[in-house]
Design a protein around this ligand. Structure first.
Ligand SMILES: Nc1ncnc2c1ncn2[C@@H]1O[C@H](COP(=O)(O)OP(=O)(O)OP(=O)(O)O)[C@@H](O)[C@H]1O
Ligand SMILES: [Mg+2]
Length: 249
């Protein structure tokens, strides 16, 4: 898997006139990487991810997956949003099956595949529950299972833990790292939380605001697997502070 974004621009036409949301974005993600883009509110993070997801078109530039330009949404890219996007009337199981159903997969296969991924996110016991019976963290684990069930080449995550309280957020970060190591999936995640980016990533793209540009790329050379304690180490704090300083300028 090779995701390549080259010379990407996105301009919106608003009532106040044209608004340049993204300017000359260049980034790449390789197989098995966990990469974060971090930036302040309004730096165009969601816009960037929506373009990669194929939910919107760039004004200029290109996005390719394994050399093939993105023409629209596709099952090679799985998406997880900040807002809970489960279908409230469907059970957890049916939610995880929903993408597979769209692909035309047979019921038996669908059930097996969904069960496998529900097991993987630790929610096998909640297959028959409705989303309203789940906590925020559990809902996001279902959303992740739903995205993974389609076995995408890359998982795109837009502030997936942004709506969670601090404790749940930390637990979900550990969960994601563990899942990433177990499944060897490739992840491009967007966040405004610098600590989260440093904790999770192998590489970080630091974005500036208005228009959104990539200011710098940071390789996070902290050992894996990572646990909470690492957040208190000097190395971790050095990465965090350096990125916060970058965001400020
Ligand atoms: N559909 C749209 N039409 C017009 N302007 C838009 C549209 N979508 C986004 N924008 C503008 O583009 C800029 C970037 O928005 P975007 O939502 O991508 O930022 P963000 O980094 O995700 O912010 P946040 O951290 O608050 O989620 C903002 O100024 C926003 O108002
Ligand atoms: Mg956003």
């Amino acid at each position: 898997m090779h995701l390549e974004i080259s010379n990407l621009y996105k301009q919106f036409l608003t009532k106040q006139g044209p608004l340049l949301a993204l300017e000359n974005i260049n980034l790449h993600v390789e197989t098995g990487e966990l990469v974060c883009a971090v930036g302040a509110s309004g730096s165009g993070k969601s816009t960037l991810l929506r373009l990669v997801a194929g939910l919107d078109q760039p004004t200029e530039g290109s996005i390719t997956v394994d050399g093939v330009p993105i023409m629209g949404p596709g099952s090679d890219r799985g998406m997880v949003f900040q807002k809970y996007t489960l279908y409230p009337w469907m059970t957890v199981q049916k939610n995880v099956e929903s993408g597979l159903k769209l692909q035309g997969m047979e019921a038996i296969q669908r059930r097996q595949r969904a069960s496998y991924y529900l097991e993987m996110v630790g929610l096998a016991g909640f297959a028959r529950a409705l989303p309203k019976e789940l906590s925020g963290g559990m809902k996001q684990r279902v959303a992740i299972a739903r995205a993974l069930a389609c076995q995408p080449k890359i998982l795109l995550m837009d502030e997936p833990f942004g709506a969670l309280d601090v404790q749940t957020k930390e637990a979900m970060q550990l969960f994601l790292l563990d899942l990433w190591q177990r499944t060897h999936c490739t992840i491009l995640m967007i966040t405004h939380d610098v600590e989260e980016a440093v904790f999770l990533s192998q590489r970080i793209y630091v974005m500036t605001a208005r228009p959104g540009t990539i200011q710098t790329e940071v390789h996070v050379e902290l050992p894996m697997p990572r646990h909470y304690e690492i957040k208190r180490t000097q190395d971790f704090l050095s990465y965090k502070n350096a990125i916060i300083d970058r965001l400020r300028t």
